[in-house]
Design a protein around this ligand. Sequence first.
Ligand SMILES: Nc1ncnc2c1ncn2[C@@H]1O[C@H](COP(=O)(O)OP(=O)(O)OP(=O)(O)O)[C@@H](O)[C@H]1O
Ligand SMILES: Cc1ncc(C[n+]2csc(CCO)c2C)c(N)n1
Length: 274
Amino acid sequence: MVSRLVQNTKVMKHAATFLLPSSAVSATNRLAQTYALVVLNQQIPKFTPLLWSHAKLRICADGGANRIFDGVPKLFPDQNQLNIQHRYVPNVIKGDMDSIRPEVHQFYAELGSEIIDDSENQDTNDLHKCISFIQEQTSAFDHSNFCTLVTGALGGRFDHEAANLNALYVFSDMRIVLLSDDCQIRLLPKTHQHEIHIQSTVEGPHCGLFPIGGPSVSTTTTGLTWDLCNSEMKFGSMISTSNKVREEKVTVCSDADLLWTISLKTPIHMGLTC
Ligand SMILES: Nc1ncnc2c1ncn2[C@@H]1O[C@H](COP(=O)(O)OP(=O)(O)OP(=O)(O)O)[C@@H](O)[C@H]1O
Ligand SMILES: Cc1ncc(C[n+]2csc(CCO)c2C)c(N)n1
């Protein structure tokens, strides 16, 4: 069963090259990976300016706009704060608009941000609203190289965190990466085998792999310190946490959708430029 799965299933490749400093990525490789950036209403990671500079679309989810307005100038304490605020203008601000401060709303509206008030929809959170928007905007794109990076998905209220993880499952046909200063999380759909190319200057070694949507009867990995071999995983039994990457390439094959999470290193190498 598993070997037939191995033979028939396509391989999906993953690499967090978006975290590498500009000097370490060729222009061709940079073009090969196109992404949108969604900023949520949580502390922005220190590497946000790097992601911002290469994003094709920059969206703030409601109060995420406050985080850019307040947080980016703090990352450049020696520079003129207003100049920085003028340089970091989101393309879109979308959500139920109960968290963005009036002066931040006015500032970005005057600088041309598209502001989309979705307050009539109280059934989905602001991240869901932003990803739906990206899905509509990119429906003509080849999604195999298009990714949505989300900052601030972790920390604070657990119901928010659960909703953010749920977005990975709701939009399982899109490549979405949740990011904080400390880690990244992505979904590995069971429709594919997975090759994760570890960027060891910026990520690892700590990692985890587990199903949250339903149990896995059989998961097999290579490249980890504690590899799985046709192993069963479920909440209430075994899940793989506090694992470590052992090789530059990790492979995963499972009969269930799994979450992959890996630690991020401090942003010394992350090319903080505005
Ligand atoms: N503490 C948090 N932890 C994780 N994600 C968060 C947190 N706070 C906000 N977010 C994310 O940022 C988005 C925008 O946040 P914002 O505070 O504007 O939402 P909200 O509409 O006020 O949410 P709610 O009404 O549920 O409090 C949220 O939809 C969520 O995805
Ligand atoms: C079963 C159920 N539970 C909670 C909510 C409330 N809710 C979910 S997302 C959201 C928007 C937050 O910005 C709100 C208010 C609902 N509608 N349905």
